[in-house]
Ligand binder design. Structure first.
Ligand code: COA
Length: 417
């Protein structure tokens, strides 16, 4: 079966997490992703957080599946010539260097565009144009400057960053969409274009509902926040809302049986208005169905703490999985708090390929997250990440079609390490 992006060649200049997540997605959709790495070290993550000495880290292997690796010193004259050849051959160049790096390398957009007018150049930077455009940025910087940290955590606690890598993987996902969109436009225009995505912008896009709340504050308190029920005045900025649901259906994380010893014995419970009566029956408060203080959503808003305390008395009598089974019989939305250990052992996630076991020649078998986006006519087949420079010869020979003598000259110059 052919793949959706078959025939698309990606010149992958990405490193660390944000860019590699983008090109990994494109590879899963069938693009030929050629990862250019510095001879000797390669992507810095190969050596970071290593769990097995001198073996590519899980950090690297889990972000670079289905790619080919070529080592190339782009500051070496012969290396520059190979890079120029790759630019002329590929469809998309993806990079997430610090601002200015590509220019210093001698390959600003104008030069690339002149060499290959069809090439799409896709970049991730920490910030867009403005006072911080020259800054180097990592995940948590983006979470802090994109509005996530100030709105995550509890009202009386520190701002918090989330475990979900919304700055890196989130921006990689945004960029991937930009790239396939530009590829589509190229089918009409015949031209490449620049695709840029700033990590601050990507995080802000994911925090859209918090900017919604910022503006709602001008017209009164945010009644679905616990803070409202607690009688605590709102300030002038969207506050941290703990585990309050971000939508119009109040929700909280509640204790389940075993919470005293198990840090994940909790369930997220949503008091969705259409199933309120069923909730009352399940928790043993049938009178609340008609009582003026509880029957209507508006009346419940100032009583949410009392209501969730009562619901929690019920959830504490059940394990999170028992509660899930019972609540789903009544279409009451809920979600057990699953640990990474529980997720890693989840049979259905393995069956769908969202979790995959991959074999690596140096580390053996490891577990990874496969492609979460399923295309019926282009299923992703996860292939292990490349060793450093594993495909250098193959790319020079088969992609650039260089004769053996030229390949020897390139190697002799030290350009490939
Ligand atoms: N051959 C020769 N030199 C190479 C090379 C190659 N194949 N690949 C990279 N380099 C050089 C670059 O030319 C650059 O050199 P210069 O500064 O002399 O011009 C150098 O390596 C370092 O690149 P840089 O991107 O600055 O790496 P860094 O480790 O200092 O910074 C980041 C890392 C992630 C902070 C930075 O790249 C960044 O801010 N990226 C944009 C935002 C981003 O994606 N952040 C999230 C990462 S998960």
């Amino acid at each position: 079966m052919s793949k959706a992006l078959e025939g698309v060649k990606i010149l992958d200049f990405t490193h660390v997490q944000s860019g590699p997540t983008c090109t990994q997605l494109l590879a899963w959709f069938g693009a030929d992703v050629i990862k250019v790495e510095r001879p000797g070290t390669g992507d810095i993550t190969r050596g970071q957080l290593q769990d097995i000495p001198n073996v590519d880290s899980l950090y690297f292997t889990m972000l670079n599946h289905n790619k080919r690796s070529i080592t190339l010193d782009t500051k070496n004259q012969k290396g520059k010539e190979v890079l120029e050849h790759l630019i002329k051959t590929c469809d998309v160049l993806v990079e997430n260097f610090a601002p200015g790096v590509l220019d210093r390398m001698g390959f600003p957009w104008e030069v690339i565009h002149a060499m290959n007018p069809r090439m799409i150049v896709a970049s991730i930077k920490g910030f867009g144009p403005g006072p911080y455009e020259d800054c180097k940025v990592y995940e948590n910087v983006a979470q802090c400057t994109g509005g996530a940290a100030s709105t995550t955590g509890f009202r009386d606690g520190l701002p918090l960053v989330t475990g979900a890598q919304i700055g890196d993987s989130g921006t990689g996902l945004h960029l991937a969409l930009g790239i396939v969109t530009a590829l589509y436009q190229r089918t009409h225009s015949g031209k490449g274009q620049m695709v840029t995505c700033a990590m601050q912008d990507g995080v802000l896009n994911l925090c859209r509902v918090k900017l919604r709340d910022q503006q709602r504050l001008d017209h009164g308190p945010l009644k679905e926040y616990s803070q409202y029920g607690e009688g605590i005045a709102f300030g002038d900025a969207t506050p941290r809302a703990g585990n309050d649901s971000g939508g119009g259906q109040p929700g909280r994380i509640l204790k389940c049986k075993g919470w005293e010893t198990d840090p994940n014995a909790y369930i997220y419970f949503i008091t969705q208005a259409p199933v309120w009566e069923k909730i009352c029956d399940v928790i043993g408060e049938p009178d609340w169905k008609t009582h003026a203080d509880y029957a209507k959503p508006a009346a419940r808003l100032s009583r949410l703490n009392e209501i969730f305390t009562r619901i929690e008395q019920w959830t504490m009598t059940k394990t999170k999985f028992e509660a899930m089974d019972i609540l789903n019989q009544y279409d009451i939305p809920c979600g057990p708090i699953l640990s990474m250990k529980e997720i890693a052992e989840d049979k259905s996630l393995r069956a769908t390929g969202t979790l995959v076991e991959v074999d690596h020649p140096e580390r053996g078998k490891y577990l990874s997250v496969g492609n979460p986006i399923k295309l019926s006519d282009s299923p992703a087949n996860v292939v292990r990440s490349p060793l450093l420079g594993e495909h250098t010869d193959e790319i020079l020979r088969d992609v650039l079609k260089l004769p053996a003598t030229q390949i020897e000259a390139i190697k002799a110059s030290g350009a490939t390490g």
